[in-house]
Every structure is written in structure tokens, then in C-alpha cells.
Design a protein around this ligand. Structure first.
Ligand code: NAD
Ligand code: GLY
Length: 384
């Protein structure tokens, strides 16, 4: 069995400091194959239920269960359909039904094996089942390893918008196995890369430069580049979550580009055609466009961002994600459902440059509408 000691020197451990809810994020290679020994150290009793999706289960469930068996951990598995459409009430209800049918007890643990969809759905189920049972994140997408598995945001979508029903509920452990990313489709890996870029944009210019130099290796699946990037992002996220778990302040920085992205996803309809990370890439571009329009961010910085996103094949415009008919009014309507709306005012994450993001609710709606009208105007190629 590949055990903890065998990998110790190749791992990076990042601690999320949250008093009695603190936990480790372990980043490394082949961690799922040795999961039993990591889990044994944190489980209250040796019984888990793995929640995964059909695609991930077919690829990684057997190895995980074999490792759990070898560590004497009893496991059952519940498999949900792959994709964003599983983050809904129907799937949540059938997941809770299955967990109760399996007689999951309060001292049992749910393992979320998959991307952000499985992590958000299983995490929310764990938060509300029997008023809360432990859960552990085993993220298998780049997006989940750098963002969604860390920090305890769990949620499902509502007809009115994305992630509107959920809870802050921290996992007991996160095992980010970059080897699992080898089976991830290229488009998914690239989509997750937009969340990686986000960390450079927030407050780490040197990391953005590193990505300009090494992003193509990361996207080619080089384990050293993946490990380094996942570790940098998890360090950054752990620090923010440690000082602002429930998003009273700084944590909103992690939503850079997301008010726009969530509006684009709501418009696209969560049917899997538009990936979250692709929407984030367009959202980041819009956040910088707005910052430049407001005279806050030099245009060269926005252009540098667009150059990098385009160089790695990420979309930077609505036309590239097939939402050419979207109007500024409709987009604004979606944006008003944002969870950061306070007293009816939208909160924006803007930037004075790459690595200099800040939070403000002092943006004139006219300026936002102007930016959206420009961004959503049909181009000559749309008109044919
Ligand atoms: P996802 O979970 O749908 O995974 C993307 C696709 O990749 C799915 O089809 C999945 O089956 C497949 N897949 C996953 N791992 C694989 C692997 N190793 N090999 C092959 N295929 C694999 O999507 P995602 O991009 O991981 O996450 C997006 C979700 O995360 C959104 O719902 C978003 O709202 C949420 N999110 C949450 C947070 C948070 O803090 N909770 C942060 C960011 C995003
Ligand atoms: N993904 C944003 C957050 O966790 O706050």
C-alpha cells in the first residue's frame, strides 16, 4: 500500500486555521491510492460514504475503495450524474434519502470524490444531515483543488441563481491528488486554470508572472507545475479563509470576476455547455474592463490579462461562450441576485492592476451598464 510515510517528502501541507474547525490540505501525487492511511488519522469511526459522480467514480472510485479496505475503513458509495445540473434540490433530496437508507450515523464521514459539483453537493448534504456530520474533500478537478474544496462553502443552485442555497461548513481534511488530474479532459483543466489566474490577480503579481512563464506546462499536465500552483493557491485561500471565514470582508476578494461569471452561468442555464471556469475567465476580463473604464486600472494591465487568458485558450468575451444575444439589462438582472448585494447595492471586486484587487460597493450603475453594453455589443463577426 502506498502509505503516508512513502509520500511525506513529496507532499505540501497547508493548514486552514479556524480554531476547533482547523484542518489540513495535503497536496501531492498518488494520494488517492494511499487515502486510507490519511483518513484513518482523522475519522471518528472507520465508516465512510463516498459521494462521487458517474465519470469520476468510473475512473477513481475502485482505487479509493481498495485503499480504504486496506486500512480497515468500511465504505459505501453513492454516485450522482456528472455536471452542474446535479447541484439542485432533486439531487440533494435523493442523496439525503440514500444516506439515510444507509443509516449514516453522526460519527460517520462523507467523502466528496470529484469536482466542485460533488464537493458542493456532498458538503451541503453533510452540513444538514442529522444537523451535521463530518466530511472530507477529495477534489479531482483543478478548479476544486485550488478553490472549491477549501474554505467550507457548500451549496446548490436555485432557479433564481447560482449557489443561493447552502451553508458554510468546513471539511475535516482535503486531499488534493494532482495525479487524479491526468484523467481530466483538457477543456476542464483549462477552465480550472481561470481560478488559478484569479489568485495572481488578487494580490500576487509574482505568481501571475510565474503563470505567464509556466502556465502552458501546467496545462500540459506537468505534475511539478500542478503541485506548485495548487500549493500557492491553497496557501492564499487558507490565509483569506482563516481571517474571514464567513465573507464579512476580505473573502469577497475570492469572488473576483464571479458576479459577472454567475450572471453568465444563470443565462446559459447550468446545462453543462458553459463551464464555470470559462464563465470566470470572461468575468475576470469584465472586472478588469470595468476597472479600466473607471480609471482605476491602466489599460496595459487589462490587456496583459486578456493576452494571457487568450494565450492559454480561455474565453475573454461573451461571443466566445455562445451568449451573443445577451443584453446589458438581462445581465444586470442576473447580477442583482448576487449574494454580495447589500441594501440593494452590488459589491464589486475591482483592481488597480494585476495583483491589486480590492472590494467596493461604490460603483455607479451607469458605469457598469456602459461597460456591459460595450462588452455585449455584437461584433462585426457576430453580424456575419
Ligand atoms: P465538476 O465538478 O462538474 O467537474 C467537471 C467535470 O469533470 C465533470 O463532468 C466531472 O465528472 C469531470 N471530472 C472531475 N474530475 C475528473 C477527473 N479527475 N477525470 C475525469 N473527469 C473528471 O466541475 P468543477 O469545475 O470541478 O466545479 C465547478 C463547480 O464548483 C461549480 O458548481 C461552482 O459553483 C463550484 N465552485 C464552488 C466553490 C466553493 O468555494 N464551494 C468555488 C468555486 C467553484
Ligand atoms: N470561491 C470563493 C470562496 O470560497 O469564497
Amino acid at each position: 500500500m502506498a502509505g503516508r510515510q512513502d509520500h511525506a517528502q513529496d507532499e505540501t501541507t497547508v493548514r486552514v486555521e479556524l480554531a476547533n474547525r482547523s484542518y489540513d490540505i495535503i497536496i501531492g501525487e498518488n494520494l488517492l491510492a494511499g487515502a486510507g492511511s490519511y483518513l484513518a488519522a482523522v475519522l471518528t469511526r472507520p465508516r465512510v460514504v463516498i459521494v462521487s459522480d458517474e465519470t469520476v467514480a468510473a475512473l477513481h472510485l475502485a482505487a479509493l475503495q481498495a485503499s480504504l479496505d486496506m486500512s480497515g475503513i468500511q465504505s459505501d458509495a453513492i454516485v450522482v450524474p456528472a455536471g452542474e445540473s446535479s447541484k439542485n434540490f432533486g439531487q440533494l433530496q435523493s442523496l439525503l434519502d440514500r444516506l439515510l437508507e444507509l443509516r449514516v450515523e453522526r460519527r460517520d464521514t462523507i467523502l466528496a470524490l470529484g469536482g466542485g459539483v460533488v464537493g458542493d453537493l456532498a458538503g451541503f448534504a453533510a452540513a444538514i444531515l442529522r444537523r451535521g456530520i463530518d466530511f472530507i474533500q477529495l477534489p479531482t478537478t483543478l478548479l476544486a483543488q485550488v478553490d472549491s474544496s477549501v474554505g467550507g462553502k457548500t451549496a446548490i443552485n436555485a432557479a433564481q441563481g447560482k449557489n443561493l442555497i447552502g451553508a458554510f461548513y468546513q471539511p475535516r481534511l482535503v486531499l488534493a491528488d494532482v495525479t487524479a488530474l491526468a484523467t481530466l479532459p483538457e477543456r476542464e483543466l483549462r477552465a480550472g486554470y481561470s481560478e488559478v489566474v484569479k489568485y495572481g490577480l488578487i494580490d500576487d503579481f509574482a505568481f501571475f508572472q510565474w503563470l505567464e512563464e509556466n502556465g502552458s506546462q501546467l496545462l500540459a499536465g506537468a505534475p511539478w507545475a500542478l503541485r506548485q500552483a495548487v500549493a500557492v493557491c491553497c496557501h492564499a485561500k487558507a490565509a483569506i479563509v482563516g481571517r474571514d471565514e464567513r465573507e464579512g470582508g476580505d473573502r469577497a476578494l475570492l469572488n473576483l470576476g464571479h458576479t459577472f461569471a454567475h450572471a453568465l452561468e444563470a443565462e446559459a442555464g447550468y446545462d453543462g455547455k458553459l463551464l464555470h471556469g470559462e464563465a470566470v475567465s470572461v468575468g475576470l476580463s469584465m472586472a478588469f474592463a470595468l476597472s479600466t473604464r473607471l480609471g482605476l486600472c491602466p489599460s496595459q494591465e487589462s490587456e496583459r490579462l486578456l493576452r494571457h487568458l487568450s494565450a492559454v485558450g480561455l474565453p475573454t468575451s461573451v461571443a466566445q461562450i455562445g451568449l451573443s444575444g445577451l443584453t446589458a439589462d438581462v445581465m444586470m438582472n442576473h447580477m442583482r441576485q448576487d449574494k454580495k448585494v447589500a441594501d440593494g447595492r452590488l459589491t464589486f471586486i475591482l483592481a488597480r492592476g494585476i495583483g491589486q484587487a480590492f472590494i467596493t460597493n461604490d460603483v455607479a450603475e451607469d458605469a457598469v451598464m456602459d461597460m456591459l453594453q460595450d462588452a455585449l455589443a455584437p461584433t462585426s463577426s457576430d453580424r456575419g
